[in-house]
Design a protein around this ligand. Structure first.
Ligand SMILES: NC(=O)c1ccc[n+]([C@@H]2O[C@H](COP(=O)([O-])OP(=O)(O)OC[C@H]3O[C@@H](n4cnc5c(N)ncnc54)[C@H](OP(=O)(O)O)[C@@H]3O)[C@@H](O)[C@H]2O)c1
Length: 402
């Protein structure tokens, strides 16, 4: 049993806090800190009502290393679960090194002034974490996160060669707004308006945003249009899975969502370049974020399901094999359990499980690691036990033929 410090009181932070409280045999003591203390206190109140567990709260600006260090020295946690924004990853890793505390996150570092996310900045911390005897687990959400573990599980149990890997992310949820994003709008819009990219024969092939589209019939959701995107788990999976010939990532979007994005782009509302407005500098995408519904408020009104999984074609004992592992998650069931919608839930539960793997010692070695570098089996077992059960089947679905 260990003490944890969760940083970030948004939609994902709400789920992580609830799920840690539901596992008192692993998490002896739970602290939640964020920029806005009121949000931590609100979550603590909800958790107390649902689980009778008391959460400690604190305010912290996670962009400020000395402030983080002071908080960590006061709390003395075993590890930090970072579910603030990707902009804070490096400051929190710096503070962990300074205080001798383990680290976990769900999204890779992204500089505030450049719409670019990649692991290089965090991988550069490997030697320092190793030398300090500390572990950093990167990308312990759903995608990245569970999709990486699904892939590692397939490699361990089903394939000698994993030739063609397709990751399929469908959110069939409906929140009733004309436009809203299921997680932080700024991060979400930056991700989906960027050029796409996929991996083939050892090289990355760049695509225009939404250039490739396919229809897919997702179990318990129905037929949806899915679009090829670049997604961060591909960067580490193409390094850590051996011999992959091609890897692609697909995400579903409705026509209304895409129309809104097109308008935002046409009028520059998704820009990260500062503009002058009534005597002050504003950043258009931050202004847009302020106008949009807070993702943490979507929980009560979101219905429908998510269906996220991985389809792999390859070989076992020189025979062709095709398999599909996926999870289906119901938005309203997530809300009932944790007061949050499915996208926060499918991210927050794996973040808690990653921490559980480290605390229980299933995954613990000094250095900086992506989640597929560890034995997938205990994590897969915990997914079934903690609310994200998965299905693992042979499939005749041929994504290329769709
Ligand atoms: N891997 C996956 O599958 C996956 C999926 C979805 C999201 N994510 C990641 O999960 C993280 C959280 O997402 P979310 O939807 O919960 O976002 P969110 O609702 O916007 O919450 C982010 C929280 O971080 C806090 N925060 C921001 N800057 C901070 C700072 N400088 N210091 C302290 N706290 C700060 C905010 O604080 P205040 O509100 O207190 O000001 C906010 O409550 C993001 O990094 C996102 O990219 C991963």
């Amino acid at each position: 049993m260990k003490r944890v410090l969760i940083i970030g009181a948004g939609g994902v932070g709400r789920v992580v806090t609830h799920k840690c409280a539901l596992n008192p045999d692993t998490f002896s003591d739970i602290w939640l800190a964020s920029r806005t203390l009121r949000k931590c206190e609100q979550i603590a109140k909800e958790v107390r009502e649902k689980t009778a567990c008391s959460i400690h709260t604190a305010a912290v600006d996670a962009d400020n290393v000395p402030e983080l260090v002071a908080l960590i020295n006061r709390v003395k946690p075993f590890m930090i679960i970072n579910v603030a924004l990707p902009y804070q990853d490096l400051t929190i890793m710096d503070a962990c090194l300074e205080t001798g505390v383990h680290y976990l996150d769900t999204a890779n570092y992204e500089p505030l002034d450049e719409a670019k996310f990649e692991y290089s900045w965090q991988w550069a911390y490997r030697q320092r974490f190793e030398e300090a005897g500390l572990m950093a687990l990167l990308g312990s959400g759903f995608d990245p996160g569970v999709t990486n573990v699904f892939s590692a599980y397939m490699q361990k149990h089903h394939f000698d060669t994993m030739d063609y890997v397709d990751i399929l992310d469908c959110n069939g949820g409906d929140h009733g707004y004309a436009f809203a994003t299921n997680f932080n709008p700024e991060i979400n819009i930056r991700e989906v308006t960027s050029n796409g990219r996929y991996f083939e024969n050892g090289a990355w092939i760049e695509t225009k945003p939404m250039q490739f589209k396919k229809e897919f019939n997702f179990e318990q959701v129905g037929v949806k249009n899915m679009y090829l995107l670049y997604h961060e788990e591909m960067e580490s999976l193409t390094v850590n899975l051996k011999g992959v010939k091609r890897m692609r990532f697909w995400m579903t979007f409705g026509d209304a969502y895409l129309k809104h994005l097109e308008v935002f782009r046409n009028i520059g509302l998704d820009s990260i370049e500062p503009i002058e407005f009534q005597g002050q500098q504003i950043i258009p995408i931050q202004f847009l974020t302020a106008l949009l519904p807070d993702p943490a408020s979507l929980g009560p009104r979101t219905t429908g399901k998510t269906n996220i999984g991985v389809i792999v074609k390859g070989t076992k004992d020189n025979q062709p094999v095709s398999r599909y592992i996926y999870n289906i998650c119901d938005h309203q069931a997530c809300f009932k359990e944790t007061n949050a919608q499915g996208v926060s839930y499918t991210t927050g539960v794996p973040a808690m499980i990653g921490a559980m793997m480290m605390i229980k010692g299933h995954w613990m070695k000094p250095g900086v690691y992506n989640i597929e570098e560890f034995d997938p089996d205990p994590f897969m077992t915990a997914l079934n036990e903690q609310g994200l059960p998965w299905t693992d089947i042979e499939t005749d679905i041929d994504v290329d033929a769709l």
